[in-house]
Write a protein that binds this ligand. Structure first.
Ligand SMILES: C[S@@+](CC[C@H](N)C(=O)[O-])C[C@H]1O[C@@H](n2cnc3c(N)ncnc32)[C@H](O)[C@@H]1O
Length: 262
């Protein structure tokens, strides 16, 4: 592990600021988690490579996925222009991770995806376009509409009409809607959290989804560094932290094929 550490000098630098040393002395348990979070942050290609290897994707699959990403440039541009209505550009939207989201969905070819947290619909659009290009799968999204939507707009307003045939959008609190949705859908292939980023809520969503996520399925969370919920959940399920990666602030791991963790 020590040798591995020295291969990532950039991350060592980010975790050895004076403030981090001070925090580490104050809260050593939390500091270890912060270290784990930063240490597993990788570049976009490394993130995709990490998952595609585990799924046994061929070079052809990977090239096809990247080609799809490039071919969809006009749609990504359209989304960007629609989101420019927000004074700060993208507002609260997920941005840098979106291409990875498209690629992961292309590579894992899911039938059922659930996401919590839609807002204007950037992540939904990338997932839906990926499902469209796969020609299979359905996205179920839950959103409590945020206050900062442009006037007269609803959750998911930027999602193009032609992608909506694979989409079920449920409006309300995930605390109320997630369990009934999972019961009606059954087994799922991929879950992404991007709703309320409190420790309790995130942990609750991960726990609720877990028994419905198939072995080999993908658990993703945006803002994984917002608190310790994701890492604590991994610990609870005995998932070693070598099994997860973070790109920008999107973290994820593949559910192992092991009934003991259910
Ligand atoms: C960060 S935004 C989601 C951004 C979106 N994933 C994207 O890429 O554009 C979070 C969204 O979750 C919603 N939200 C907050 N609490 C929620 C809850 N308890 N249940 C469902 N949605 C919630 C917010 O109102 C907001 O629409």
């Amino acid at each position: 592990m020590i040798t591995e550490l020295f291969r990532q000098p950039k991350y060592i630098l980010t975790i050895t600021k004076l403030k981090h040393i001070y925090d580490a002395l104050r809260e050593p348990h939390h500091a270890i988690k912060v270290f784990k979070y930063h240490y597993r942050r990788v570049s976009e290609p490394a993130f995709i490579d990490f998952f595609s290897k585990q799924w046994g994707c061929s070079d052809r699959d990977i090239i096809q996925a990247y080609t799809g990403l490039t071919d969809n440039a006009p749609l990504w541009q359209e989304i960007k222009e629609k989101l420019s209505v927000y004074p700060s550009g993208y507002g609260l939207q997920m941005t840098r991770e979106l291409p990875c989201l498209y690629l992961l969905i292309r590579l894992t070819q899911p039938d059922t995806v659930i996401e919590t947290g839609v807002s204007s619909g950037a992540s939904s659009t990338y997932i839906l376009r990926s499902l469209h290009d796969n020609n299979r799968g359905r996205l179920y999204s839950i959103d409590l509409p945020p206050e900062n939507l442009p006037e007269g707009k609803e959750s998911g307003w930027i999602v193009p009409q032609y992608l909506r045939n694979r989409w079920s959008l449920h409006i309300g609190d995930s605390k109320e809607l997630l369990e009934p949705l999972l019961d009606s859908v059954g087994e799922i292939d991929c879950f992404m959290h991007d709703s309320l980023h409190t420790y309790e809520h995130m942990l609750w969503e991960f726990r609720t989804v877990w028994k419905h996520l198939r072995s080999g399925g993908l658990l993703l969370s945006h803002d994984v560094g917002a608190n310790d919920a994701f890492l604590d959940f991994m610990q609870e399920k005995c998932i070693p932290w070598s099994k997860y990666r973070v790109v920008h602030v999107l973290g994820g791991f593949i559910k192992p094929n092991d009934r003991k963790r259910d």
